[in-house]
Design a protein around this ligand. Structure first.
Ligand SMILES: Nc1nc2c(ncn2[C@@H]2O[C@H](COP(=O)(O)OP(=O)(O)OP(=O)(O)O)[C@@H](O)[C@H]2O)c(=O)[nH]1
Ligand SMILES: [Mg+2]
Length: 208
């Protein structure tokens, strides 16, 4: 009885918040993606023009509401020396978005090694992993086929336990595919709620 009353109280008075980590090599497009997400979900948000986005040295954080839940995104710098800091975020994460530059064939091995390092961390076990094949708008001879990206990255994400993972094509610049990706995430973190419960944040006072 108490539990029922508690959960009714919680759902009425608190909002569910899930932390989503945006990871990937430097130059993959993480910050550009976060800007696109913010402009898609935050009314009147004016996104930074691409030429104003600098390599991330620390982190960028944004919370957006998607289908009644809140997703708190953490965009962390991807330069080699900054990757050691990713570990600090795993414990409180509910999902990982791994951004791949679809045109950066030269760093494919470095990129797949970075994902392997993430998924083999115990704290990441069971978390949904969304891999985004970014820069789909580019028409470059170096552009990798989506099917090849899937063939390389899907087995890495699935390597340990059965978990929710998916490779989706996006362009952080044009926004193509971004909303579909965010909806996928929202469904997965909600589905994984029992294993990794959200943070319950006090809602703003309701108007009568
Ligand atoms: N054409 C194209 N360029 C993109 C896209 N996404 C990002 N870029 C470009 O890629 C470069 C790097 O983008 P960032 O968003 O700064 O990359 P990042 O992953 O945040 O890099 P770090 O902060 O260093 O980890 C910039 O020149 C962006 O304009 C995309 O979808 N299409
Ligand atoms: Mg960045």
């Amino acid at each position: 009885m108490f539990h029922l009353a508690q959960s009714l109280y919680d759902s009425w008075n608190a909002r569910e918040e899930y932390s989503v980590l945006i990871l990937g090599l430097d130059n993959a497009g993480k910050t550009t993606l976060l800007e696109e997400v913010k402009s898609s979900y935050i009314p009147n948000y004016k996104k930074l023009p691409p030429n104003r986005i600098l390599p991330t040295m620390g982190q960028n954080v944004a919370t957006i509401k998607v289908n009644k839940v809140y997703l708190k995104f953490w965009d962390v710098g991807g330069q080699d020396t900054l990757r050691e800091l990713w570990d600090e975020y795993y414990e409180t994460a509910h999902a990982i978005v791994f951004v791949i530059d679809s045109c950066d064939k030269d760093r494919l091995v470095e990129c797949s090694n970075a994902l392997t390092k993430i998924v083999t961390n115990d704290l990441v076990e069971g978390l949904p992993i969304l891999m985004l094949a970014n820069k789909q708008d580019l028409d470059s001879p170096d552009k990798m086929e989506l099917v090849d990206i899937k063939e390389i990255f899907n087995p890495i994400a699935e390597s340990l336990n059965a978990r929710d993972s998916r490779v989706l094509p996006v362009s952080a610049i044009t926004g193509n595919g971004v909303k579909e990706a965010i909806e996928w995430l929202q469904v997965r973190v909600s589905r994984n709620k029992v294993n990794r419960p959200p943070k319950y944040r006090k809602s703003k006072k309701r108007s009568k």
